[in-house]
Design a protein around this ligand. Structure first.
Ligand code: NAD
Ligand code: DAU
Length: 356
């Protein structure tokens, strides 16, 4: 038995591949284009593990996906691959439409053709799990209840609009063609192997380098933070027990304003790696806000808890301490990303292996 994972060299996909093999022992075919966000160094521990097959390629490449289905006959596909950074989507939305919309369409069509050719139990048990985001629901006011699965879609950024479009395609491929899909809409993840352009790893990296900690606008925007391995366990649970055609919201019940996140990171770094120049708080710098910046996200995760028995294992306090410690212990990984050396490492170590 094997599953096909897309985007498994990225932050969440990489954590998912490591977690999946460790907790289920089942093999993974990992299709990833290795954009700037894909980093095979994350999967170094699987280098000589034949349960992990890496394929460098694009989810928009229909012929490649068809060949992966026919070669590996996966029992499920878990679709992470996406352009994921809101700020990048503001500067260059085209790649977001291409990968997130066209790429998801291509995967759905390839999966439909493959699934139509299956029979019996293989056909009944096949799953297409689509990994999506809470950002599709738009922005909450201070007193609004958290997002449930029935909230209307009100995406505000090119990124969230492209993810919303992909969610709609997945829904339609189930309703029209019967493709056995599930979708999860998750809140902000944090944890190991997070690319240091997103808030938490950027703040840790900048503080350690003595650089400014850029707070967009007033820093009072609220996100709902979930430790990444809890997201992985939620997806494992949905694959095992989720109902076909259903959407599950996944979150950690951890709403925090950005400035509080940054102050928590500063307090941990002041404790674990004090700077001779004094508290890292001196580096906080308020900068011009992100255009169209959503004010608040919050997830109501009661459905997945009630129907599937999933709950996060980490609190924010335990998760953020682990995360800061991981970055302190893995400065080599961070430095290779910041210098771009991870790309050389990939070519050197995986050059011969990459390709279908
Ligand atoms: P990421 O940017 O770290 O990783 C994305 C991965 O997809 C990279 O390895 C990249 O190389 C790969 N990729 C990009 N375009 C591709 C293409 N055309 N073909 C094949 N591979 C391609 O993203 P992430 O933060 O790990 O997010 C993974 C998924 O989870 C995304 O779908 C995102 O929308 C969703 N999500 C993320 C969060 C979060 O907080 N990061 C929260 C909820 C949902
Ligand atoms: O909500 C889920 C989403 O969370 C995912 O779908 C996205 O893929 C993921 O990137 C993340 O989106 P955000 O825009 O919330 O994450 P980001 O880390 O970019 O920013 C978090 C908050 O911090 C946001 O309010 C913007 C703010 N911020 C971010 C950066 C990079 C700053 O104030 N300064 C910064 O330098």
């Amino acid at each position: 038995m094997t599953i096909l994972v897309t985007g498994g060299a990225g932050f969440i996909g990489g954590n998912f591949v490591l977690d999946w093999i460790a907790s289920t022992g089942e093999s993974v075919v990992n299709l990833d284009k290795l954009t700037y966000a894909g980093n095979l160094e994350t999967l170094k521990s699987l280098e000589s593990d034949d349960r992990h097959t890496f394929v460098q390629g694009d989810i928009c490449d229909r012929a490649l996906i068809d060949s992966l289905f026919s070669t590996y006959k996966p029992r499920a596909i878990v679709h992470f691959a996406a352009e994921s950074h809101v700020d990048r989507s503001i500067h260059g939305p085209g790649e977001f439409v291409r990968t997130n919309v066209d790429g998801t369409f291509t995967l759905l069509e390839a999966a439909r053709a493959y699934w139509n050719g299956l029979e019996g139990e293989a056909k009944a048990n096949f799953r297409f799990h689509h990994v999506s985001t809470d950002e599709v629901y738009g922005s909450l006011g201070p007193n609004d209840p958290p997002f449930t699965e029935t909230n209307t879609y009100e995406p505000n950024s090119p990124y969230s609009a492209s993810k919303a479009a992909s969610d709609h395609l997945v829904r339609a491929w189930h309703h029209t063609y019967g493709l056995p899909v599930t979708t999860s809409n998750c809140s902000n993840n944090y944890g190991p192997y997070h690319f240091p352009e997103k808030l938490i790893p950027l703040m840790i990296a900048n503080a350690l380098a003595g650089k400014p900690l850029p707070i967009y606008g007033d820093g009072q925007q609220i996100r709902d933070w979930l430790y990444v391995t809890d997201h992985c366990s939620a997806i494992r649970t949905i694959l095992a027990k989720g109902k076909v055609g259903e959407v599950y919201n996944v979150g950690g019940w951890n709403e925090k304003p950005n400035i509080d996140i940054v102050k928590t990171i500063i307090a941990l770094l002041d404790e674990l790696k004090p700077s001779p120049e004094g508290s890292y708080a001196r580096l906080i710098t308020y900068v011009t806000d992100r255009p169209g910046h959503d004010r608040r996200y919050a997830i109501d995760a009661r459905k997945i808890e009630r129907d599937l028995g999933w709950k996060p294992a980490e609190t924010f306090e335990t998760g953020i301490r682990k995360t800061v410690q991981w970055y302190l212990d893995n400065q080599g990984w961070v430095q290779n990303v910041l210098s771009g050396a991870y790309r050389d490492w990939v070519a050197k170590n995986y050059g011969d292996r990459a390709g279908a």
